[in-house]
Design a protein around this ligand. Sequence first.
Ligand code: UT7
Length: 337
Amino acid sequence: MKRTVIRGTGRALPSRLVTNDDLTKIMDTTDEWIRQRTGIEQRYWIPEGEEVGASDLGLEAAQKALDKAGWAAEDLDFIIFATLSPDITFPGAGCLLQAKLGLNSTPVLDIRQQCTGFLYGMATADAYIKTGLAGKVLVVGAEVHSTGLDKSTRGRDITVIFGDGAGAVCVEGIETDENVGVIASSLHADGTAADSLMLELPASRLPDRLPPDVAVDDPRYYPSMDGKKVFKKAVRKLPEVTKEVLVKAQVPLEDIDMFFPHQANLRINQAYAHFMKIDESKVFNNIQKYGNTTAASIPIALDEAMEQNLVGKKDDTILFLGLGAGLTWGGLLYRFA
Ligand code: UT7
């Protein structure tokens, strides 16, 4: 039976370290508020004044993942790129990454599922592999948030959360009778809650995409979030989707060696551990260092955990989880081959 296994992972963080104290110099916030409410201590933003897009961070992460897999870019059958912050409005960042990898005909798919983007990307890669449409797939999650945030006190609830970064995973189809690789996934979306986390302008639905009567610093040019609503949704949906994936996989909760939830808020992940009655040491968190890197957060976490030898041994079983704008959410169970 065909199974989708991970062959290499990589991550890229920009060089500019921004601490909570740095943010207190530009807006009315405190290190204490940010740590207590989110767990975040610092994040990385692209260097001021430099042109760095999601595809540039994605390229660095992809090259590391390809090196670990021992693959050349030419070996890839398919590239999937998840981001909510593409370099330009169109074409998608995946095409830009493909060109930077020195390719000019490999198919590319851009995914717009925000914090769940990597999960949608992995599930799609798995489907392509299992149906024989592709053998070797690169899945990338990458974000450059920092150039689009409201860095005044008005935008503090969102700006303190987001960090820039990229993560990449090389996956391959293998023939095996063992129950390894991507075992099950479950994806969801609720478009009726689209306005609880969104970036409204520019908007093609308007008579003028850049409305002439709207100032360039209008709040609608920056992301907006109903934080409490999204928080509550995450605390409810992440356990729910965990159960769904485990039922599909016919794997008990106790078999999971490590949980990789999206890094949106440390309190969400602690509440998840509490609700699921699992030891917090089994939930991988690195939001303290990187903030919320949206589509990049899960592959960055995986790369870091594998580097630290926390997971990666044969039969290690891990669960990826995420919820974010859309709203979208999902889970994916993976067992190392
Ligand atoms: O990755 C995508 C999915 N996103 C999420 O999962 C995010 C989920 N939501 C959250 O993580 C939390 O809701 C936040 C961290 C965004 C906000 O935490 P909260 O505990 O829900 O705070 P709040 O928005 O209710 O604000 C509480 C107070 C307000 O002041 P008043 O009205 O009580 O006087 C805010 O103005 O905190 C104030 N505040 C801040 N104070 C200092 C908001 N942001 C800040 C800030 N620094 N950065």
